[in-house]
Design a protein around this ligand. Structure first.
Ligand SMILES: Nc1ncnc2c1ncn2[C@@H]1O[C@H](COP(=O)(O)OP(=O)(O)OP(=O)(O)O)[C@@H](O)[C@H]1O
Length: 328
C-alpha cells in the first residue's frame, strides 16, 4: 500500500504549500469493542480527487469525521492543513456535507446558502452556485418543502460555497436519480479542475469510477488498496467462475483462484465449485492446460461484495486450506 498518491493533476500546482492537506498516521478509532478505523496511514495531497470506496460500515464516515475534527482518534494522529483538525482556522479551509442533510425547514434555500457562505471570507455568489448544482428554481422555496434529492443537491453545493481548499463529501449522491447524480458529478469535477481538493466516499464503484483519480479501498476499518483508479479497478474487477468437476481440490489450487467454495446441496450438486478469480481468461487457459476434468463452466463479473472479499483475501494472501476446498 502506498501512503502518498501521485496527485497527477494540473490542479496540484495551484496549491500554495507542499504539505499534505490531511495526514493520518496510524489512526485508529474504536467505539467500545468495535474498531471502526484500524491503523490507517495516508496523506491527502493538494489537487487530488480521491475516492474512498468501501461497503456499509467499512469506516469511511469515521475517517472523514477524524479529518473534520468531529471525532478524535483513539490512537495515532490526524492533521488537517498541518495542524489540529479542531482548529477553527483549519475548518475555514474545509468544506463538507453531512451524510444526513439537515437544512432548517422554515428558511428559504437562498437564505441557507447565504447563511453558510457568511462564514467564509471568499464565497461563490448564490446564483452561481445554484446554477452550477442545478437548483436555481428552488432558491425561493422553503427547505421544508424540498424532496430528499433536492436537499441532497443543496447540501453538497453548500460544501463548496466558501471556496474551501479541501472538500469532504460523504456519499454525495445517495438517493439521487441518474440525472441529478450526473449534474453533481459534473459540478464536483469542475471545482476540482479549478483547484479544489476533493475526497468523496461511496459504496458505488460506478461513482468512484466517474470521479476519482486515486482510490482508497477500505473495509473493516483497514485500507485494502490505495492506488490509481486504473490499478484498483483492475484488482477489484474479479470474476466468478462456476463449474462442476470430480477433482475440485485440483481446480481450486490453480493460479488466479482467489477464493473457492462448493455450492449447492445434495448429490446432484456434488463437485459444483464457485471460484472467484482475478483474471477469468488466464484462469480458463490454466484450467484447460491442467487437464483437470470439468463441465458446465460459466463466467460472470463479480459483484462489488465479492470483489471486496477477493481483495481482502488477496491483500492478506490467505492460503486457502485444503479442508475449505473439500468442505460441503
Ligand atoms: N458513534 C458510534 N458508536 C458506535 N459505533 C459506531 C459509531 N459510529 C460508527 N460506528 C461503527 O463503526 C463502523 C464504521 O462505521 P462508518 O459509519 O465509519 O462506516 P461507513 O463506511 O461510513 O459506512 P456507510 O457506508 O454505511 O455509511 C460501523 O460498524 C459502525 O456501526
Amino acid at each position: 500500500m502506498k501512503a502518498h498518491a501521485s496527485g497527477a493533476t494540473g490542479a496540484a500546482t495551484l496549491a500554495s504549500t507542499d504539505a499534505p492537506f490531511a495526514r493520518l498516521v496510524g489512526a485508529t478509532r474504536r467505539f467500545g469493542e468495535l474498531t471502526a478505523l484500524d491503523d490507517v496511514t495516508l496523506d491527502v495531497n493538494a489537487g487530488e480527487l480521491i475516492g474512498l470506496l468501501g461497503p456499509n460500515g467499512a469506516g469511511k464516515s469515521t475517517l472523514l469525521s477524524l479529518v473534520q475534527g468531529r471525532r478524535r482518534p483513539t490512537s495515532g494522529t490526524v492533521e488537517l492543513f498541518g495542524g489540529s483538525p479542531s482548529d477553527a482556522r483549519s475548518r475555514l479551509r474545509l468544506g463538507s456535507t453531512p451524510q444526513e442533510t439537515a437544512l432548517p425547514d422554515t428558511l428559504r434555500v437562498g437564505e441557507v446558502v447565504d447563511l453558510v457562505a457568511a462564514h467564509y471570507p471568499d464565497r461563490v455568489p448564490t446564483a452561481e452556485i445554484a446554477d452550477e448544482f442545478g437548483f436555481s428554481e428552488l432558491l425561493r422555496r422553503q427547505c421544508g418543502s424540498l424532496s430528499g434529492g433536492q436537499k441532497r443537491r443543496i447540501a453538497v453545493a453548500l460544501a463548496f460555497v466558501g471556496r474551501p481548499k479541501l472538500v469532504l463529501l460523504d456519499e454525495p449522491t445517495t438517493g439521487l436519480d441518474v440525472d441529478a447524480r450526473h449534474v453533481l458529478w459534473a459540478a464536483i469535477r469542475r471545482h476540482h479542475a479549478a483547484g479544489t481538493t476533493v475526497v468523496v466516499t461511496s459504496h458505488y464503484l460506478e461513482e468512484i469510477e466517474a470521479l476519482a483519480e486515486r482510490v482508497i479501498v477500505i473495509d473493516h476499518g483497514r485500507v485494502l488498496a490505495d492506488d490509481t483508479l486504473t490499478a484498483v479497478r483492475d484488482r477489484v474487477m474479479s470474476a466468478v467462475v462456476e463449474l462442476t468437476s470430480p477433482e475440485p481440490a485440483r481446480v481450486a489450487a490453480l493460479p488466479h483462484v482467489v477464493r473457492d467454495e462448493v455450492v449447492g446441496e445434495g448429490a446432484a450438486a456434488a463437485g459444483r465449485l464457485r471460484l472467484t478469480v482475478d483474471d477469468a481468461d488466464a484462469f480458463v487457459r490454466e484450467l484447460v492446460t491442467s487437464g483437470a476434468a470439468f463441465e458446465r463452466l460459466t463466467v460472470r463479473g463479480a459483484s462489488l461484495e465479492e470483489a471486496f472479499l477477493a481483495l481482502t483475501l488477496t491483500e492478506q494472501a490467505t492460503p486457502l486450506a485444503a479442508s475449505d476446498r473439500s468442505a460441503s
